[in-house]
Write a protein that binds this ligand. Structure first.
Ligand code: NDP
Ligand code: MG
Length: 385
């Protein structure tokens, strides 16, 4: 029986993870649940899964939770999220909070020597230089949940890094892949939130439309698989059937295919090192549309270019990129800046920031705060213009 703590349990990944727990009650049980403020859904989840501890960042919502769930210890605030990690006695933490808020609890899990199934790519983007060595020291595994990285993790079992020439991440291209670039200025949040192949939370859905999601994934892949940006390519594959491809030294390639359902990638991380029957629908080869591949153009997708540049710059540059992106996406979703301004805001913040070597968690959180403030100002300048 694996005991699981789910951070971000009310989100898209969190719900999928709990669905897997329900599909495999003999294998998994829930030790902790955590979210921000969605108390209604968390009450339902607690009644279904009976965790020992539950956390809500919002203190008022946590009080309502406490009154409704007497059998579960309820904690709140940012501290609460950390307590949910450390006091749950979990075998594995599913890190699925959206955005930089996922970094501190992910770090806490690894520091406590607990395995992490990592959906929260932002924490690896910001702090891969800290998390990977920390995991080795604490003998904690960080297992990728992001579908591309879960695919690479699966393919690369048993291969040495010298045998690998290139990693290729596939991207759906998002809802605007076929749109004239000039029309991007008029794109609404509602249109950006309509993803062609995946059903996900709002922030990552916008990131998929700008291709920043893939940019973050290139940085994530660099940390997981120790390859430089030059050896990590992105290919647009609108069908989202192939999740990643490895090109080996001898020129051969291996691709991983699965259903377009995040439960498949989450299950891989939860079951690891075993490969078990997921009880999920299987991929039907005869129902597939023809598989297509297109170049991911860095001029057309400036967010992808900025991510490659931040990876090349190293140090705190990816954390700055991530913070500026989160702020710009939030401002786009509340209709304060146009879609096509997202990369401009990020580039402005990167140019105004001094990149430092990564020192510790506190430095990265402070870098995040400063970059967010700069991004807010950059958005304000755009609005005033
Ligand atoms: P959602 O927006 O659907 O869910 C976010 C979850 O995080 C919610 O449970 C939310 O709680 C919680 N949350 C947000 N902020 C805080 C906070 N400050 N403290 C505690 N909890 C918080 O996001 P997704 O599930 O789509 O994405 C989660 C992570 O997984 C992201 O990092 C994303 O990049 C990654 N990912 C997602 C994929 C997907 O298919 N969705 C695919 C690959 C990666 P509440 O509901 O109360 O607001
Ligand atoms: Mg992905």
């Amino acid at each position: 029986m694996k005991r699981i703590a789910v951070l971000g349990s009310t989100g898209s990944i969190g719900e999928s993870a709990l669905d897997l727990v329900s599909l495999h009650p003999e294998r998994f049980e829930v030790a902790a649940l955590a979210a921000r403020s969605n108390v209604g859904r968390l009450i339902e989840q607690i009644r279904a899964h009976r965790p020992r501890i539950a956390a809500l960042e919002d203190a008022e919502a946590a009080e309502t939770l406490r009154q409704n769930c007497p059998g579960t210890e309820v904690v709140s605030g940012r501290e609460g999220l950390l307590q949910a990690v450390t006091f749950a006695d979990a075998d594995i933490v599913i890190s699925a909070v959206a955005g930089a808020a996922g970094l501190a609890p992910t770090y806490a899990a690894v520091e406590s020597g607990i395995d992490v199934a990592l959906a929260n790519k932002e924490s690896m983007v910001m702090a891969g230089d800290l998390l990977m060595p920390l995991a080795r020291r604490r003998q904690a595994r960080i297992l990728p949940v992001d579908s591309e990285h879960a695919a690479l993790h699966q393919i690369l079992r048993g291969f040495g890094s010298e045998e690998i020439r290139r990693l290729i991440l596939t991207a759906s291209g998002g809802p605007f892949f076929h749109l004239e670039p000039a029309l991007l200025l008029q794109v609404t949040p509602e249109q950006a939130l309509r993803h062609p192949t995946w059903d996900m939370g709002p922030k990552i859905t916008v990131d998929s439309a700008t291709l920043m999601n893939k940019g973050l994934e290139v940085i994530e892949a660099h940390h997981f698989f120790q390859k430089s940006g030059d050896d990590i390519a992105v290919v647009i594959h609108p069908q989202s059937v192939i999740h990643a491809i490895v090109e080996f030294r001898d020129g051969t390639m291996q691709a991983q295919m699965s259903i377009t359902d995040m439960r498949s990638a989450i299950f891989h991380a939860l079951a690891f090192p075993e490969c078990l029957d997921s009880r999920l629908p299987r991929l039907d080869l005869f129902s597939l549309k023809p598989l297509e591949f297109f170049n991911a153009d860095l001029v057309r997708f400036p967010c992808l270019r900025l991510a490659y540049e931040a990876l090349r710059a190293g140090g705190t540059a990816p954390a700055i990129l991530n913070a500026a992106n989160e702020e710009a996406v939030a401002q786009f979703l509340t209709e304060r800046i146009p879609f096509s301004a997202i990369p401009n805001v990020i580039e402005t913040v990167l140019q105004a920031s001094v990149v430092e070597p990564v020192a510790d968690l506190e430095q990265l959180l402070e870098t995040d705060r400063i970059a967010r403030r700069r991004a807010t100002r950059a958005c304000q300048t755009l609005t005033d213009a």
